[in-house]
Design a protein around this ligand. Structure first.
Ligand SMILES: [Cu+2]
Length: 176
């Protein structure tokens, strides 16, 4: 084997090993850390939090969500009103997901709101959540109910918000 062909073989081996290294962030839409908080009762509500990485080449947009545990799922965000009260509202026009970027749905910020739970949800329960993207279409992930999980980073101080009650929907100002 010549020196040049040895180099070529090395390069080929390196290239082959690349996909394995990239396993954490596969091509396309990558969704992880999906968890839900809920007041637990049938007919009640909940909120789902997750991370979305758009590892594709195309700009995309999250336009909706469907969960069979809820009559309705909406994309929500929190905004501070003029009088300083945090309010929850539906995200108009969906969530833009530019190629190569990630979006965090986290407590105190964006979330998937579950309204009208069709069954009670307890810690540890799992349920499928289908996310609807403009380009990528429908992607179903599994959400786990975890009312104890704390936000990973200090987006906001959520202390004292342990008793989330989304029935005070328009003005709850909690971690929902
Ligand atoms: Cu909400």
């Amino acid at each position: 084997m010549t020196y040049a062909s040895k180099l070529a073989a090395l390069a080929a081996a390196f290239l082959i090993s690349m996909p394995a290294m990239a396993e954490e962030h596969p091509e396309g839409m990558h969704i992880h850390d999906v968890y839900a908080r809920s007041n637990g009762q049938e007919g009640g509500s909940g909120a789902v939090f997750l991370m979305i990485h758009n590892n594709g080449e195309t700009d995309d947009r999250l336009i909706g969500a469907v969960a069979d545990v809820a009559q309705k799922a909406e994309l929500h965000t929190h905004k501070e009103s003029a009088d300083g009260v945090m309010q929850m509202m539906q995200i108009e026009g969906g969530v833009p997901l530019p190629a190569g970027e990630m979006h965090e749905f986290a407590r105190g910020g964006d979330h998937v709101m579950l309204m009208g739970l069709t069954r009670a949800l307890a810690d540890g329960d799992t349920f499928p959540l289908t996310l609807v993207f403009e380009q990528a279409g429908e992607i179903t992930v599994e959400a786990v109910v975890d009312n104890a999980r704390k936000p990973g980073e200090g987006m906001m101080d959520h202390s004292g918000h342990g008793d989330m009650d989304h029935s005070k929907h328009m003005n709850h100002g909690t971690g929902g």
